[in-house]
Design a protein. Structure first.
Lengths: 199, 96
């Protein structure tokens, strides 16, 4: 077994071990604020291996500015684990992706901002949100979000931001994602991928 | 500096500053241009550039491929004008 194969095997084993532990937490405690914090700790620990388990050469850079590499090709509908790479300036507007997620930094810096909705949600296409918190995800740090938390992201600094991202569903089986546009006071809902994924 | 942007779908021409995206200028002008994420990730605002030049802000790989760029497509939410421009949107409005 050459070194690259050995690293890939070790990475695969580490990822499977993490997912097994997360499934066990879900079975015993469900997804709660406390269990999300526990899972966050596990993802930070996995990310702490840095390039020894996640070497740059194993994960192609984006062709544009953002790419997701699935780390668990055998993922079922339960969890989605990814290594994400985003270049400086890459952003995502405030959004609610409907399912919990945890993001742990490997390298670079990404600003995560959190919001709450301030309108009553009764007017189609209209929404107002207010920022309530901001944190910087970098190596050694992570964020955990519950199912309908609203966040935005922005890669800052001059280096790509690499991170481990764990979602309650795989990205190709995501529920509807609602994007908020404070500058327009609008929201837009991307269709759910779940029905197509299960067809 | 401000450029003229013609929206082929509606026949309207709007002003768009070079540091403002075409999507922002269109929405603020009251044009019902399709958009979703607004930050270059979903491609709902995919447009064809009929004439002129734009500069693209950062976006995700899945939203606009190199081949699409070479074919004259762009994302209204990421495109800032660098000349007078005419675009036609290709996407459909999302559910609100």
């Amino acid at each position: 077994m050459n070194e690259a194969t050995s690293i890939a095997a070790a990475r695969g084993a580490a990822c499977r071990a993490l997912l097994n532990r997360v499934h066990a937490i879900q079975r015993s405690d469900g997804i709660t604020a406390a269990s999300l914090q526990q899972i966050k700790g596990l993802l930070v620990e996995l990310a702490s291996h840095g390039t020894s388990l996640f070497p740059d050469e194993d994960f192609a850079m984006p062709e544009a500015q953002g790419r997701n590499h699935m780390l668990d090709p055998a993922a079922d509908d339960g969890l989605g684990l990814y290594l994400t790479i985003s270049l400086p300036g890459k952003e995502a507007a405030p959004h609610d992706h409907g399912i919990w997620c945890i993001n742990a930094g490997l390298s670079g810096k990404e600003v995560q901002r959190f919001y709450h909705r301030t309108d009553d949600g009764k007017r189609a296409g209209f929404a107002t949100v207010e920022q309530i918190a901001e944190t910087l995800v970098e190596p050694g740090t992570a964020i955990a979000m519950a199912d309908h938390d609203i966040h935005s992201t922005l890669v800052v600094g001059d280096r790509p931001a690499r991170a481990l991202a764990l979602y309650g569903y795989a990205l190709n089986r995501f529920p509807a994602v609602v994007f908020f546009h404070p500058q327009f006071k609008t929201c837009r809902t991307l269709p759910s991928k779940r029905q197509a994924a299960h067809a | 500096m401000t450029f003229k942007v013609r929206i082929g779908n509606t026949g309207q021409t709007i002003d768009c500053a070079r540091d403002r995206t075409i999507l922002t200028a269109a929405v603020l002008a009251g044009i019902d241009i399709p958009y979703g994420c607004g930050t270059g990730n979903c491609a709902t605002c995919l447009c064809e550039i009929k004439s002129g030049e734009v500069e693209l802000l950062p976006h995700g790989d899945g939203a606009l491929s190199q081949r699409q760029k070479a074919a004259g497509l762009t994302l209204a939410c990421r495109a800032e004008p660098r000349s007078n421009v005419e675009i036609v949107w290709l996407g459909q409005p999302l559910a609100s």
